[in-house]
Design a binder for this molecule. Structure first.
Ligand code: SAM
Ligand code: DTB
Ligand code: SF4
Length: 338
C-alpha cells in the first residue's frame, strides 16, 4: 500500500474539486487504513463538528408494486418478495408520523414512494405532505422516482428541501443491478432536481457483488458532478428474500464499507455523508469507525422503508457512548404550538 498526501490542519478550508481522476480516487480508497482515516477525519473537521450527527426519519408513503426491476428491492413488482402493495397514504397520517419523528430527534422527514415516476394525480397529495412536514419546522425530502422538469418545479414551489435519487453503483456495474432504466436516466433526474433549486440526496448501495472499482467510480461520478450532492447516503445491502441480488451477493467486508465512507468524505468535503440502510447488521464499533471516517448522518427510528432499523433507544445509547449529539434537534418543546 502506498501512503497518500495528508491534508492541511483542521482549521484550513477544504478544497472543493470536480476533476477527480480514476487513479487518485482509487489510490485514496486503497491507502493504508490509518492514513485514509486521518485524512478523512481532518477534512471532516474542516467543515463539521465531528461530535454531531444529523438524524432523518423515513416513511414509505406508497409501498410495493413498483414497475422498476432493481435487483435488491423488496418493492419491485418483478420479484416475488411477498410484500403487499398499498396505495398512497393519507397526507394527514403522514404528517402525524412526522410530528412523532420530530419529537424523537429527527430534523428531516424523508418520504418514499415505490414508483418508476409519479403520475400527475399523485402530485397534489405529495405536495400536501411536503407542506405539512415543513409546517412542523422539519426539512422535507421525497423520493418518487424519475421526475419531469415541471414536477421538480412543483415540488420546489411546495417548499421541498431535498430529493433522493440514488445512482446506486458505477455506470459499468449498473446493468447488473437494474435493467428497466439506465444510469443516464438517473443522472438526468438528478440534474432536473438540481436545476429546480432542490438539494440533491444521491448515493448508492454496497454489497451488491460490485468490485472496489465500482464503489470508487460511483463516488467519483458524484464528486465530479457540477455540484456535489448535498447529501450522500451509503446503504449496505439488506438481503431481501425473493430478490435476485440477495441470492448472489456476499456480505461486504466492514473495512471496505468504512473506506467508501472515507472516500466520500474526502472527495465531497462539505456534503452530509449518511450511513443509510444496513445498520441493524453493523456492530457499534463499525458505526463508530464510519463516524471517524466522516459519516455525519443516519436514519433513526424502528423502520426504514420496508425493513427494520436499530430504533431510538439503541441509537441513544450509541450516541451517549460516543459523546455524539443530534444536529439541530427540534425537540418536543421547541414547537409545542404545532
Ligand atoms: N423508488 C425510489 C427510487 O428508486 O429512487 C425511491 C426508493 S428506493 C427504495 C431508495 C434507495 O434505497 C435505493 O436507491 C437503494 O439505494 C436503497 N435500497 C433499497 N432497497 C435496499 C436494500 N434492500 N438494501 C439496501 N438499500 C436499499
Ligand atoms: C437511501 O439511500 N436509503 C433509504 C432512502 N434513501 C430512501 C432507503 C433504504 C431502504 C432500505 C430497504 C427497505 O427498507 O426497504
Ligand atoms: Fe422501485 Fe425504487 Fe425499489 Fe427500484 S428501488 S424497485 S425504483 S422502489
Amino acid at each position: 500500500m502506498n501512503s497518500i498526501d495528508m491534508p492541511a490542519l483542521a482549521d484550513a478550508t477544504p478544497t472543493i474539486r470536480h476533476d477527480w481522476t480514476r487513479e487518485e480516487a482509487a489510490a485514496i480508497y486503497h491507502a493504508p487504513f490509518a492514513d485514509l482515516m486521518f485524512r478523512a477525519q481532518t477534512i471532516h473537521r474542516q467543515s463539521f463538528n465531528p461530535n454531531e450527527v444529523q438524524c432523518n426519519q423515513l416513511l414509505n408513503v406508497k409501498t410495493g408494486g413498483c414497475a422498476e426491476d432493481c435487483g435488491y428491492c423488496s418493492q419491485s413488482a418483478h420479484h416475488d418478495t411477498e410484500l403487499p402493495a398499498s396505495k398512497l397514504m393519507d397526507p394527514k397520517k403522514v404528517i402525524e408520523s412526522a410530528k412523532a419523528a420530530r419529537d424523537a430527534g429527527a430534523t428531516r422527514y424523508c418520504m418514499g414512494a415505490a414508483w418508476r415516476e409519479p403520475k400527475e394525480r399523485d402530485m397534489a397529495p405529495v405536495i400536501e405532505m411536503v407542506k405539512g412536514v415543513k409546517a412542523l419546522g422539519m426539512e422535507a425530502c421525497v423520493t418518487l422516482g424519475m421526475l419531469t422538469d415541471d414536477q421538480a418545479k412543483q415540488l420546489k414551489d411546495a417548499g421541498l428541501d431535498y430529493y433522493n435519487h440514488n445512482i446506486d453503483t458505477s455506470e459499468e456495474f449498473y446493468p447488473n443491478v437494474v435493467t428497466t432504466r439506465s444510469f443516464a436516466d438517473r443522472i438526468d433526474t438528478v440534474n432536473k432536481v438540481h436545476d429546480a433549486g432542490i438539494k440533491v440526496c444521491c448515493g448508492g448501495i454496497l454489497g451488491l457483488g460490485e468490485k472496489p472499482t465500482d464503489r470508487v467510480e460511483m463516488l467519483r461520478t458524484l464528486a465530479n458532478l457540477p455540484q456535489h450532492p448535498e447529501s450522500v447516503p451509503i446503504n449496505m445491502l439488506i438481503p431481501i428474500e425473493g430478490t435476485p441480488i440477495a441470492e448472489t451477493a456476499t456480505p461486504i467486508d466492514p473495512f471496505e464499507f468504512v473506506r467508501t465512507i472515507a472516500l466520500a468524505r474526502i472527495m465531497m468535503p462539505k456534503s452530509d455523508v449518511r450511513i443509510a440502510a444496513g445498520r441493524t447488521a453493523m456492530s457499534d464499533e463499525m458505526q463508530a469507525l464510519c463516524f471517524l471516517a466522516g459519516a455525519n448522518s443516519i436514519f433513526i427510528g424502528e423502520q426504514l422503508l420496508t425493513t427494520p432499523n436499530p430504533g431510538d433507544s439503541k441509537d441513544r445509547q450509541l450516541f451517549a457512548r460516543l459523546g455524539i449529539t443530534a444536529r439541530g434537534e427540534l425537540g418536543v418543546h421547541a414547537h409545542s404550538d404545532v
